[in-house]
Design a protein around this ligand. Structure first.
Ligand code: Z5A
Length: 213
């Protein structure tokens, strides 16, 4: 039996997921864990990357409905889980993902206001008992998230263009879900990057040691 694990980094845009993933990999490496596959959602396979483009691009002549968005996200997720994540875990690789199902619970459930029961039904139907082993949630107020996205200077995509209220609802749902789940830790993403990285390192170390017994 191998002891590979699935780790997810979550949070609003600009929360620092990219840096957090680098820190996770560095910490795992310091424990001799070097077989690591890094992926992202939506995306991570050729088909899921095509779906990502459809999901985040604006289509003025054919506006994406909330349920279309939701189903596209799950289509991309299932493709990634079945063709990349599960096979990697089976081969003994650790997997680190930039977002996973918690994003749908927060953005589509909180931001869009899609019914929680419906989300759970879809999740359970397509993912069954597949869950991350450990999730790092980077908590950032939407105003700060917006500042960082604007500072980045790149084109604003369809979801990033949503209102501040949308991101407030998304963050509130993240906070609600995190409070309920002991496999998720929260990092204050307002802190300077070095402090975020140190907190991530400490949480991973703690989690690894509590899992090695
Ligand atoms: N989405 C969804 O709705 N439902 C779902 O189920 C899934 C996704 C899976 C694409 O995701 C969109 O899909 C996303 C949610 C939706 N849309 N929105 N809005 P994505 O993960 O690809 O996109 P993103 O969240 O917009 O990525 P991002 O902007 O790259 O976020 P990040 O990786 O967390 O940020 P970063 O690149 O690490 O940092 C951004 C900048 O902030 C950069 O200049 C950093 O240097 C700076 N930064 C980061 N941390 C700090 C700290 N601590 N201090 C100061 N500056 C910092």
């Amino acid at each position: 039996m191998n002891n590979s694990r699935f780790i997810v980094v979550e949070g609003l845009e600009g929360a620092g997921k990219t840096c957090a993933i680098k820190q996770v990999i560095t910490t795992l490496r310091s424990y001799g864990i070097t077989d690591v596959v890094v992926t992202r959602e939506p995306g991570g396979t050729p088909l899921a990357e095509k779906l990502r483009k459809i999901i985040i691009d604006s289509a003025e002549d054919d506006v994406i409905t909330e349920y279309t968005e939701l189903l596209l996200l799950y289509a991309a997720r299932v493709q990634l889980v079945e063709s990349v994540i599960k096979p990697a875990l089976k081969r003994g690789y650790w997997v680190v993902s930039d977002r996973h199902d918690l994003s749908s619970q927060a953005y589509q459930g909180g931001g869009r206001g899609i019914n929680k029961k419906l989300l759970k039904t879809i999740r359970d139907a397509v993912l069954g008992n597949f869950y991350p082993d450990f999730t790092i949630y980077l908590d950032l107020p939407p105003t700060k998230s917006r500042d960082r996205v604007l500072m980045r200077g790149s084109k604003i995509d369809r979801i990033e263009a949503e209102s501040l209220l949308f991101f407030q609802r998304t963050r509130a749902r993240y906070q609600e879900l995190v409070a309920d789940n002991p496999s998720i830790v929260t990092i204050d993403a307002k802190q300077p990057l070095e402090q975020c990285s140190a907190a991530i390192h400490d949480h991973i170390v703690q989690w690894l040691s509590s899992n090695s017994q």
